[in-house]
Design a protein around this ligand. Structure first.
Ligand SMILES: Nc1nc2c(ncn2[C@@H]2O[C@H](COP(=O)(O)OP(=O)(O)OP(=O)(O)O)[C@@H](O)[C@H]2O)c(=O)[nH]1
Ligand SMILES: Nc1nc2c(ncn2[C@@H]2O[C@H](COP(=O)(O)OP(=O)(O)OP(=O)(O)O)[C@@H](O)[C@H]2O)c(=O)[nH]1
Ligand SMILES: [Mg+2]
Ligand SMILES: [Mg+2]
Ligand SMILES: [Zn+2]
Ligand SMILES: [Zn+2]
Lengths: 208, 208
């Protein structure tokens, strides 16, 4: 309806702006505590030598995630999400106003912890990646097909806990590929930095 | 705004209906995979001898949760949440139309996996309980104060994984009590049924 259309118009404006300055933008989604901030932090740590990176962190009441990503070496803009259950293109537009895009190559956007409505609200990023965790159980992929259809990369995180959770990570990967056959699936232990190289490759960021 | 007000009006209607038939209703919230279905199932298994129980399960594309709760011994109505990121009073009203409330004592409602917007959409239940998981990390309580303010019981689930996650469950409890001093906090391992007795007591369901 109207709000969705309005958001798409703003998302397009954001996209044009990113392209104007040759900045690659990635929207990072995933449920609460799945490991988005950890994974973003590891990607920043690994790539800051090669790219000038900024992140947009959206949180309700704290700046914890923004601080954690900043510590890894990125400029971070805190988006004030209020009580919204998803980031929207307008919040991203405001955050972009605080960045000098001409001095950046890569922008990583941490979306709000939700696997349902962010699908309806594109931000103007070039690609979307979803971070799920083995600790969410074996059904979490089959229960959330729509968000995967909108994404190019899926990170199955916290593989170190798969055994304790009795979750088969290869089954999760198969569930994901049944939904979207060309999805790139990466296994990770975000805390240990395992899988980050694979992720960087899956995001097409290892080239230069 | 308008939709919120409309929802509150319907929630009030649901509440009156529950009271008319002396049915106690509990809204169960928590992030994706935190353990809502597992915990509801354990409560059903424990109390079905003493109460006639129905559950309302809300899921996007599957009936997995409904089946799991049914197996424990409750009547289950599947609410078709579409792409909504929260249950609303209207969906609950439709579900109630499929139940014979005169033959029930307790209704457990599993809300959608989201800790933000369900706070804005009361369903007409008598109380709300939140299920969080140690696997979501140490900040998850301080990041979501609003949902706790609306709830009477917090379950800190998956305590078996607290050590692997390096999460201090007593700190989580303290974080919660700092937000809402009269909140009842229960530690649980839903899979093993640990903490379910404490939960039943915290929900005031152990009396009869
Ligand atoms: N065991 C284990 N813990 C992890 C892994 N990755 C992240 N964590 C931990 O999981 C918790 C949550 O990680 P975050 O990176 O904050 O997750 P998030 O998705 O950003 O969380 P929110 O922004 O609060 O929704 C933290 O305690 C992390 O240290 C992993 O691969 N294995
Ligand atoms: N290790 C461990 N696993 C648990 C515990 N409680 C539940 N689980 C597992 O966690 C996974 C998710 O549990 P669910 O009960 O489906 O969680 P949920 O909140 O209903 O998930 P959604 O409805 O999909 O959002 C399942 O694999 C459960 O078996 C626990 O205390 N410890
Ligand atoms: Mg985060
Ligand atoms: Mg469930
Ligand atoms: Zn939303
Ligand atoms: Zn919502």
């Amino acid at each position: 309806e109207d709000l969705l259309k309005q958001n798409r118009v703003l998302a397009e404006k954001n996209r044009i702006r990113f392209d104007q300055y040759h900045v690659h933008a990635i929207d990072v989604l995933g449920s609460i505590g799945s490991g988005k901030t950890t994974i973003i932090g590891q990607v920043v740590k690994e790539l800051k030598g090669r790219y000038r990176i900024a992140a947009i962190a959206g949180d309700l009441t704290t700046t914890i995630d923004a601080a954690r990503i900043q510590d890894k070496g990125a400029i971070v803009i805190q988006a004030n999400t209020g009580k919204e259950c998803h980031l929207d293109a307008n919040l991203v537009l405001k955050a972009l106003n605080e960045l000098n895009l001409e001095d950046l190559d890569l922008v990583l956007i941490e979306n709000v912890g939700n696997l349902i409505c962010p699908g309806e609200f594109p931000l103007g990023a070039h690609q979307r990646m979803v971070v799920v965790s083995t600790t969410e159980g074996p059904y979490m992929i089959v229960k959330h097909p729509y968000i995967l259809l909108e994404s190019s990369v899926l990170v199955i995180n916290k593989i170190d806990l798969a055994q304790a959770m009795e979750v088969d990570i290869h089954q999760l990967r198969e569930d994901a590929l049944n939904i979207k056959p060309d999805l790139k699936v990466v296994f990770a232990n975000g805390r240990r930095g395992e899988g980050i190289q694979d992720l960087i490759e899956a995001l097409n960021l290892s080239g230069e």
